[in-house]
Write a new protein. Structure first.
Length: 301
């Protein structure tokens, strides 16, 4: 294992081509620096420099070592920057808005996982409609938004995105849970529970789904996801959401999610949106990474 200081000294001598100049730039004694170079050569069993009247010139072996040293020190610098970012992220505030279905289960899990390593960070977590979130991010009201992907303004950018089709959510023993995919005629035979407010704009790319939702006469309508969840658990009807709002119930086998057999609705994606015009704070940057990891992990389940 080569000593870190010796690598710095070697790199500087190779850069300036002189023991004396390298010693001056590093503020060390020329004799001490020369000993480090000689020790390196002894350990490697070959000269690293040709010592010429005009200065130090790398040998073939020296050139090979320099490539390794440059890569090693560059990797070390990157790790040091990452560690500095972690130190800076130990405290601070993260503001996020998301689809309200993601506040039920998915986001609490991410915050809980993040707080283990960053216990001093505080959070603002708000529900918002899909069209609102890019505007909130651009204004600086929030650090990031989790929303359905669409035509965003140039003031925001998407860090990552996953497939997030809207499907049918129902109790696990519901007859439709036996289907691999559900068509609109099958859904219409059962009571439907709907969430108040518009569905995501992206859903309108599916004309069949658009027509279907316009004809729905819901058995129950509510702006509370928790209300609709309990109603489904009581087998009052079926509803339409992404899987991410019901991870725990699906894992436990209490609820089931099945895709709709309609192409357009299955193209929907959820993305993590941030400002394109300013950098995230250190805690927000770290939280965004954690959130992106969780998105892809749960999407793969």
């Amino acid at each position: 294992m080569l000593h870190g200081a010796a690598l710095f000294y070697f790199r500087e001598v190779a850069r300036v081509g002189s023991i004396r100049k390298a010693a001056a730039s590093l503020n060390v004694a020329a004799s001490a620096l020369n000993r480090q170079i000689i020790n390196l050569e002894d350990r490697l069993g070959t000269p690293l420099f040709d010592r010429l009247p005009g200065g130090m010139r790398l040998t073939v072996a020296g050139d090979l070592l320099l490539r390794h040293v440059v890569d090693t020190l560059h990797d070390f610098d990157r790790v040091r920057v990452a560690i500095d970012d972690l130190k800076a992220a130990r405290s601070g505030h993260v503001a996020i808005a998301a689809l309200d279905s993601l506040l039920v289960d998915f986001l609490p899990r991410t915050v809980d996982r993040f707080r283990v390593d960053f216990p001093a960070v505080t959070y603002s977590v708000m529900a918002a409609q899909p069209p609102e979130m890019p505007v909130m991010v651009a204004r600086g009201d929030i650090d990031m938004g989790l929303t359905f992907v669409g035509q965003f303004p140039g003031s925001v950018r998407t860090i990552t995105e996953i497939a997030a089709p809207i499907g049918v959510v129902m109790r696990a023993d519901h007859p439709l849970a036996n289907k691999l995919a559900v068509d609109f005629d099958e859904v219409s035979r059962y009571p439907v529970l709907t969430q108040s407010g518009p569905l995501p704009k992206g859903a309108d790319v599916d004309a069949a789904f658009d027509n279907f939702k316009a004809q729905i006469k819901p058995k129950l309508q509510s702006n509370s996801i928790q209300m609709l969840k309990v109603a489904m658990m009581l087998n009052m009807g079926v509803s339409f959401f992404t899987r991410l709002g019901f991870l725990q119930e699906i894992e436990k086998g209490d609820l089931a999610w099945r895709p709709l057999s309609s192409p357009g609705i299955n193209t929907l994606r959820i993305g993590l949106v941030v400002s394109a015009q300013r950098d995230l704070s250190p805690p927000a940057e770290q939280f965004a990474r954690c959130l992106a990891d969780d998105l892809h992990r749960f999407a793969a389940v």
